[in-house]
Design a protein around this ligand. Structure first.
Ligand SMILES: Cc1cc2nc3c(=O)[nH]c(=O)nc-3n(C[C@H](O)[C@H](O)[C@H](O)COP(=O)(O)OP(=O)(O)OC[C@H]3O[C@@H](n4cnc5c(N)ncnc54)[C@H](O)[C@@H]3O)c2cc1C
Length: 343
């Protein structure tokens, strides 16, 4: 569609859980949405970083995986028919002459919109790549920075590097399916949740998992196939460990990316908003979810859902300036139920 200008009520930058739920809240108020995301699928961090990991603090879902939450949100917003523009990064956001905004993506898709919702999470996030010679060659075949499909790790010799929650969680979650798990971390102490560390140590004591204090120094293999890694142990000597999968978990580089160039006020790479409307320093541009900041902000999915609901009420004022907004419940409003296709 590069070349054509897409005209719409609202563009949502970021199709993470919060961007997805914003479609619902805006849809109830008759506001049409287009979503843009760099990733190749909706779901943001939930889909990219922990699709099979259980989340325990989504109201009314005692347990739900990142992927199931994403799929549920996609079903919930279906009545509003949002348009997705995936694998595209929003590079430019400028005010238009008509009071709205113009956006352009890295592949040249252009939008004219009345309002913009920035739901960009941590911005353009990329995993930190360890400085190992030849690692690019085995990325996506033997080296992974997230677990997308547990099946890919079944019966494999897996080397997990890191000392944070991701490293510990995946050591525990992959343990039942892997042939063998080795966790390598450069020191005895971990940043991860103590409960996970205790579980890992219990498995190591029972001989069901190997924990090595050291650092991965070199990779060995043929073509795109990893066969072993050289590890420098605490005492300084080198050891060779056979492995066919490496999961390095050294955190993410959170780059705000193009968001920093859009003329918005920023506070430590986050966009300050008010807690009534979740609007930025520019009227008509909102920021919800992990990307925003305000006193007491918690980077939780449920906070982003709440923010989306309040944002939508102010958005309605810009999209329908002459229409008074009446507060309604979905349980009792036949007008909302018609929009949801249930009446
Ligand atoms: C391992 C892990 C476990 C977690 N567990 C929990 C939990 O148990 N409970 C909980 O509430 N929260 C949890 N979180 C946090 C939760 O995932 C985030 O709060 C949530 O994903 C924020 O949603 P979001 O939609 O604001 O942003 P994100 O999920 O980060 O989505 C933002 C999207 O915006 C896109 N984007 C950014 N910039 C651009 C651009 N310029 N152009 C196009 N696209 C762009 C990104 O690609 C991304 O897909 C966890 C996070 C991690 C990493």
């Amino acid at each position: 569609m590069a070349g054509d200008v897409i005209k719409t009520d609202a563009v949502i930058i970021g199709a993470g859980p919060v961007g997805l739920f914003a479609v619902f809240e805006l849809g109830l108020l008759d506001i049409k949405t287009h979503l843009i995301d760099i990733l190749d699928k909706p779901g943001g961090q939930c889909a990219e970083l922990y699709p099979e990991k259980p989340i325990y603090d989504i109201p009314a879902f005692p347990i739900i995986t990142g992927q199931d939450l994403t799929e549920g949100l996609l079903v919930q917003i279906k009545p509003f028919d949002p348009v997705f523009h995936l694998q595209q990064r929003v590079d430019e956001l400028k005010p238009g002459s008509d009071g709205g905004f113009h956006l352009t993506t890295d592949i040249g898709t252009r939008f004219e919109t009345k309002i913009v919702i920035i739901a960009a999470g941590g911005g353009s996030f990329t995993p930190k790549r360890p400085p190992l010679s030849g690692i690019e060659q085995v990325e996506g075949t033997s080296v992974f920075y997230s677990v997308r499909r547990i099946e890919d790790f079944k019966d494999k010799n897996i080397l997990i590097a890191g000392g944070g929650d991701s490293a510990l969680d995946w050591a525990l979650n992959l343990h039942p399916v892997a042939k063998r798990i080795t966790l390598v971390h450069r020191r005895e102490e971990f940043r991860a949740a103590p409960d996970s560390v205790n579980k890992m140590r219990a498995l190591a004591d029972a001989g069901e998992l190997d924990f090595v204090i050291g650092q991965v120094m070199e990779l060995h293999g043929e073509g795109d196939r990893l066969e072993a890694a050289s590890i420098r142990l605490k005492e300084g000597e080198m050891t060779r460990l056979e492995c066919d999968r490496l999961l390095p978990f050294f955190g993410l580089t959170m780059k705000l990316g193009p968001v920093a160039d859009w003329g918005l006020n920023l506070e430590r790479n986050h966009i300050p908003v008010d807690t009534e409307k979740f609007e930025t320093s520019t009227k008509g541009i909102f920021a919800i979810g992990d990307i925003n900041t305000y006193p007491g902000k918690l980077k939780l999915i449920l906070s982003g859902f709440h923010e989306a609901a309040l944002m939508a009420r102010q958005a309605h004022r810009y999209v329908y300036p002459d229409t008074k907004l009446v507060f309604q419940h979905t349980t009792s409003s036949s007008s909302l139920q018609r929009k949801l296709g249930v009446k």
